[in-house]
Design a protein. Structure first.
Length: 100
């Protein structure tokens, strides 16, 4: 819910990675450092944060250089379960289309 606060994020339900890129159309500007805290904050924040971000970048760059990814389901029909992180209540269909 913190990451979806419209006070800090325009169109908070949309995945717009460009909102973090300075100079881009969707750039959300310098924000309160506690507005975006997927790894928590303070002395007990995530010890694996830097590792997780590196791993994600390598995994996504490798995957997306080989496949185009499409959702098989309309996001509006996906029911979300709130745990420590938000997750879909049931499986979501994803198509991987090989890039030539
Ligand atoms: C995208 C991946 C990850 C996310 C979103 C994430 C998120 C978080 C969050 C929100 C907390 C704080 C939980 C709380 O307040 O009680 C946390 C703690 C922690 N995370 Fe992660 N984490 C990720 C990956 C990792 C990885 C890869 C490791 C280890 C290699 C790791 C190790 C830890 C540990 C040990 C703590 C407890 C730190 C403490 O209590 O002092 N996490 N993580």
């Amino acid at each position: 819910m913190i990451q979806r606060d419209p006070k800090y994020f325009q169109q908070p339900e949309r995945n717009i990675p460009d909102r973090f890129i300075e100079g881009s159309e969707h750039y959300c500007g310098r924000m309160n450092p506690f507005a975006y805290v997927p790894f928590s904050a303070g002395p007990r924040n995530c010890i694996g944060q830097k590792f997780a971000l590196q791993e994600e970048k390598i995994m996504l760059a490798t995957l997306l250089s080989r496949y185009r990814v499409e959702s098989g389901d309309y996001l509006g029909n996906v029911n979300i379960k709130a745990a420590l992180i938000l997750k879909p209540k049931s499986s979501v269909n994803i198509r991987f289309i090989q890039r030539i």
